[in-house]
Design a protein around this ligand. Sequence first.
Ligand SMILES: *Cc1c(COP(=O)(O)O)cnc(C)c1O
Length: 388
Amino acid sequence: MDLSYILNELGEDREQWLNAVSPPIFQTSIFCFDSVAALREGLADELETPFYSRGHNPTVTVLRRKMAALEGAEDALVFASGSAAVAAAVLGTVASGDHVVCVRKPYGWTGKLLESMLPGYGVETTFVDATETGAVEAALTERTRLIFLESPNSITFEMQDLEAIAAMARERGITTICDNSYATPLLQRPIELGVDMVVHSATKYLNGHSDVVAGVLCADRDRIRRIFEGPYMTLGGICGPFDAWLLLRGLRTLPVRLERIGRTTREVIEHLASHPRIRRIHYPQHPGHGQRELADRQLAGGNGLFSVEVDCPDLAALERFVDSLECFLIACSWGGYESLVYPMAGLLDSENYQKSRELPWNLVRFSIGLEEPSALIRDLDRALGAIE
Ligand SMILES: *Cc1c(COP(=O)(O)O)cnc(C)c1O
């Protein structure tokens, strides 16, 4: 299926909607029926029938169809957040007594779910450095039901060989989930590599405008139905119609945004690589990354997220650098039209950071937006000058 067909046409029943080019926002909680028989029919399939908006909403369904097609999946579900999608995928897979293997340094709230919440329900997790497939294999027990992957992660961008791990898991009847928020389906399609389920924080590139929090889960029809009838409907972490509409609007420009952001990021990184104040650059496509071969094989390109270790005498100098930036807003998240900076130095007091202690204090993450590359480079140069 053509990318432009998916983004512009798929799932848009325009003739049903007075030929409106942009789909209507079905801001309704309920749909009514002509007869008891019709009501009964509606209740028979809440996933596909407009009945109650916790289950099916036509605006949300347009997005659902597009995301499934983009990931090469049979179906998808849209959630109120990426974390809701992650939790639904995990809870729909494991039960008391099961064991999970998860990559080290997953997204913080994914880690919290597996490490802090699930043990209370009888599910234990082992976190492994999954850059080597053998380490994942070594962590499996006879109780392992799920392998949770995030490739690359969103801080230091370690990757997993998705095809190798998925094949190994499938042989043993273990389910695999991959958080694909970083790459988006444009740069990486885990389901085609054999992964069972893909989850997304749609808050990042998919929406791309820093105005919606949402998530997506893509999988085969059976899994989606099982999760729909389980955690989706019971926990109710659904995406409202207006947020779905905003997401559709954002999604239409994903290819042009990523192309521009990728190009600008290459320029910025090339410049920073030769700057004396930049000690190390973490970016899958950067020569120093260490998994460059896997990046070239598994990712169709780079996006705008990278981090650097700054050569800084102390915390105050690092703060001077970050505070001096004018084109980069100091904020969490990433993937929007606007450039952001997120220094680990801001997390030093947080519980999660204290626990991990894996990230150097001088690590600073950048998310490149749609600004002119020259303006960003000038700003970085000027701010790096403030370290002295
Ligand atoms: C942001 C993020 C999430 C969580 O998504 P929300 O939309 O914030 O709930 C999950 N995984 C990754 C990699 C993320 O960056």
